[in-house]
Design a protein around this ligand. Structure first.
Ligand SMILES: [Zn+2]
Length: 73
């Protein structure tokens, strides 16, 4: 008898979770991709989040030192 109750609860949870996943997948596809866009430092090749990177002349850098070093070379 206990097994039947557990099976019923499991089935219910499965239905709820798949419904939630389907909903969140169609809702939050765009914002997640935009906020965490990765760019590459032109000097050392390190990958950083775009909003934390320094930008100069369409190129990205991980730090001010690398920006300066790339300008001088
Ligand atoms: Zn760098």
């Amino acid at each position: 008898m206990r097994i039947l109750i557990l099976l019923a609860i499991g089935l219910l949870l499965y239905i709820i979770i798949t419904n939630l996943l389907r909903k969140s997948r169609s809702d939050s596809r765009k914002p997640a991709a935009n906020s965490e866009r990765m760019v590459r430092c032109e000097h050392c090749g390190l990958h950083i989040v775009e909003k934390e990177a320094l930008q100069d002349n369409r190129q990205y850098f991980c730090s001010n030192e690398h920006l300066e070093a790339h300008r001088q070379s």
